[in-house]
Write a protein that binds this ligand. Sequence first.
Ligand SMILES: Nc1ncnc2c1ncn2[C@@H]1O[C@H](COP(=O)(O)OP(=O)(O)OP(=O)(O)O)[C@@H](O)[C@H]1O
Ligand SMILES: [Mg+2]
Length: 205
Amino acid sequence: MESLVEPVAQTALCIAEVDTGHADLGESEPMRPLPQLRHQQLPVEVMTLTHAEILETRTLIWPDEAACAAHAAALAKRPSLRDAFIELRGALGAGKTTFVRHLLRALGVPGRIKSPTYTVLEPYALPGLPVSHFDFYRFEDAREWEDAGFREVFAAPGLKLAEWPQKAEALLPVPDLRVQLEALDDTQRRVTLQALSPRGLELMR
Ligand SMILES: Nc1ncnc2c1ncn2[C@@H]1O[C@H](COP(=O)(O)OP(=O)(O)OP(=O)(O)O)[C@@H](O)[C@H]1O
Ligand SMILES: [Mg+2]
């Protein structure tokens, strides 16, 4: 089983090698070493990574945070957001949490919206719309996936948003939409959108 799984993980690694700007990710290496996670017994979800085909890519510029908020507000209106899984990639401070905050606010989340940097998951029970905001930056142990019930979260209906998906890549399903943020200066962001499913295409358009 191991020998079957390993090449799959390698393939997924090549597909996912889009992040820049953080030493942890070994961005200067075209093929970063496999994280420890990949050498453990991998669940069947990893097999879906072989089919992670990018259906469409779009690049846009947010000149400032207001543009980020406007994009998030527009996305919040899409019915197909309901059960979507959206990955947010980019270096520390690129704007992943900021985008999610604007999105959650537009969806009706009141009060302070915490970053899940320390908790890994912040859940929201909006009327008719469960939302799970993950930040896998500190996620290191694959057992935590089961222990914390993340498998059930991903199997259940609801919107899933994940920062630092690279840190749990072998466990995560293929996203509908991948959002890659790159800071060009203090306020300007280059945004690369990749649709990996028909739902992702709907969200991107
Ligand atoms: N156009 C923009 N879009 C998003 N954020 C912006 C923009 N311009 C400035 N910012 C600022 O950049 C910062 C982004 O921080 P944020 O916590 O969202 O980053 P992050 O990508 O989630 O980082 P981390 O990897 O640490 O979780 C915020 O202070 C935000 O106000
Ligand atoms: Mg963040």
